[in-house]
Design a protein around this ligand. Structure first.
Ligand code: SAM
Length: 214
């Protein structure tokens, strides 16, 4: 791939080792992180730093998530090829690329127009083909193509949006960081029309999922 060098590939292998040390075990997730050129989702001024396990600014006061966070959320999501996945918070498009790499049919929503426009160009240019990138409010989901096998929210949600629960298939899963200042990673499994089982995992810190009023 143009712009991806053996030096970047070497740094990616080191990043994969770091993620393994931190407890990520899913081979498909590690393979995706080892394959996707994270430096091409960032401004070129971050070229030297792109494979550190850190979040970095991507414009519009937003960040690309830390690789450990991307790997952790993706591992919890348990994506299989062909699953329909809704992502809230396209941001740089990096997590979208991870989902595409896993063979998912991806719908992704972003509310910052500048970031939406950049991903719309960047993802196909790098060979990733999400089914649809949507400019809009992720609190509402994307009912046109619901229900989804999986939903992933990549910004800190003050509460679990009802509209997203309603768009989850039975036996579907949603991974969502819930909280204000810091968030608890929450995995929700819909076991019937009315029952949603909740599993609460570790603490994370995300930029906020913004609504109409903020
Ligand atoms: N998945 C992203 C990546 O790999 O770069 C992470 C992006 S960042 C941590 C969270 C993103 O959620 C930001 O781009 C932000 O603009 C977006 N966001 C915040 N509130 C939103 C909302 N209500 N609807 C859609 N996107 C939202």
């Amino acid at each position: 791939m143009k712009g991806d060098t053996t030096k970047h590939q070497g740094k990616r292998r080191q990043l994969v080792s770091v993620l393994e040390t931190k407890g990520i075990t899913d081979p498909a997730v590690l393979k995706a992180i080892g394959s996707i050129p994270r430096h091409l989702f960032l401004d070129s001024s971050f070229d030297e730093h792109a494979y550190q396990d850190k979040a970095f600014p991507i414009g519009a006061e937003q960040t690309i998530s830390q690789p450990y966070t991307v790997a952790f959320q993706t591992e919890q999501l348990q994506v299989k090829p062909g699953m329909h996945v809704l992502e809230i918070g396209t941001g740089s498009g990096y997590q979208t690329a991870v989902l595409c790499h896993l063979g998912a049919v991806v719908y992704s929503i972003e509310r910052q127009h500048e970031l939406f426009r950049t991903s719309l160009k960047r993802l196909p240019a790098l060979g990733y083909a999400p089914k649809k990138l949507i400019f809009g409010d992720g609190y509402k989901g994307f009912p046109e193509k619901a229900p989804y096998d999986r939903i992933i929210v990549t910004a800190g949600a003050p509460y679990i949006p009802e509209d997203l629960l309603a768009q989850l298939k039975i036996n579907g899963k949603m991974v969502i960081p819930v909280g204000d200042e810091s968030q608890k990673m929450t995995v929700i499994t819909r076991t019937s029309e009315t029952v949603f089982e909740k599993l609460i995992l570790g603490n994370f810190r995300f930029v906020p999922l913004l609504g109409d009023k903020n």
